[in-house]
Structure formats: structure tokens, C-alpha cells
Design a protein around this ligand. Sequence first.
Ligand code: ZN
Ligand code: FE
Length: 264
Amino acid sequence: MNHQRPPTSLTLIPLPAFDDNYIWMLHDGKLALVVDPGDAEVVFAALKRLSLRLETILVTHHHIDHTGGVDALREATGAAVFGPLTETMPEPIRRLQGGDKAVAMGLTFDVIDVPGHTSGHIAYYCDNWEGAPLLFCGDTLFSGGCGRLFEGTPAQMLDSLTKLAALPSSTRVCCTHEYTLSNLKFARAVEPNNVALVEYQAHCVAQREVGVPTLPSTIARELQINPFLRSNQAEVVHAAQQLDPTATDAVAVFTAIRQWKNNF
Ligand code: ZN
Ligand code: FE
């Protein structure tokens, strides 16, 4: 989307927080950016360990496990904070909506509106660093799953997921929760004959056994294995029709699958 020269070298790391959150950190050895810092202490510890100064905080939505550390981090570091236009946020914050850009760490992040999990949820996409494009998608897209619909409709969420699915296949998908294994159990129930899913599940089980994050994923991977991006696949449609025999269009299929997952 833009062609600025990327900064020399950035490192991307997931900082585990709470039971299953990740606070994503990008740093250049001096300055750092974090996404959805629900817990300030986790970020302070990483800043100290790596001798970094916090430059920027990106927030995707208003839930406390994504915003709880913002005030303490801003006060201690003076970091600039960006967040969604229409949600209650720890102020002061620079408000963003779809089509806006956030510049941080020498990178430009394109803001994408992704309502569904919450009504004002945004995602941050960056394709001008030296690695594969980056997507910070909060609780919208998970590996093998998607966020619960707390404030939005199934049609909104499907539309949001469709926007993310259209990003370049190499895009690194940085989700905020390590829900992959439970998502994949459900995905297997939806698509028992999906070979890519069987292989990916075995890979993720092995990763978790040695305590390694399954994330980031990629858009290419999610298109192969995530039932919430596959409402047009025959086996997914068939599974949805076990719950709602009238489900034929993508929204009805998505709605039925999301409903099934809520009770899985
Ligand atoms: Zn959330
Ligand atoms: Fe969350």
C-alpha cells in the first residue's frame, strides 16, 4: 500500500500475558511498540530485559485484557497511544478508523475497520517493513477461529474476516490469544476431511508441548484451515446445514458455524 523504505531491522515477539493473551512487541533494539497491552508489568519486564524504550502503543478494541496496561505504560514512558475512534478508551489516545494510517517505529500501519467482536474494533496492517506484511488483528481473527460476537452481527464479522482474508497470503497474522489448539479441535469437527488441518493440528500440538507460541499464523494458512474463512467450502456448508438446514448463503453458514462453536 506504500513504498517507504523500511527500517533496518525489527524484531517481532509475542509476550505472554494472563492465561492465554499475547502482547505483541516490535522493537529495533532501542525503541519498541506494543499492541493491546492488557498487563503493564509484562511490558515493563520486557523493556527492562531488552533495554528498550516504549515509543508506541496500538490498541484494537476496548476489552480490559487489551487496554488494562495502557495508562501505566503511557505515564511511565510517554508512549503515543493509538486506538479505535468509536470505543471507550483510556485517554488521551489518538483515534483511528478504517482508511487512517498510524506511523510508528518508522513504519506505516493501515487501519482496517473490523466490527464484530466489538462494534468499533480495528486492525493494523503494515506492508512496509523488511519482513512479510504484518497484521495485528486483536480478537477478530484467531488461528483456526474468530472472536465471539459480543457487539456485532454475524454479517459484520464475516465482512470483517473477508477483508482480512483478502490481504496478501504471506501476511503474518498476530492474534491476541493462544486459542489455536481448542479452535483446531472444533475445526476438525467441522471439516474432518481437511488434510491441511490434520497436519497443522499435529504441528501446533508439538509446538505447545514445548511451550512455543503457535502464532503468528499467515493468511495462506488460515485460508486452508480456518472454518470461519471457509463458509464457501462444501464440507463447511454441509456441517452448517446439520444445524440449520436452510443455510446456503455465506452469512447463514457462518452464523450456524459460529453458533455451534459457542456451544462446542
Ligand atoms: Zn476482546
Ligand atoms: Fe481478548
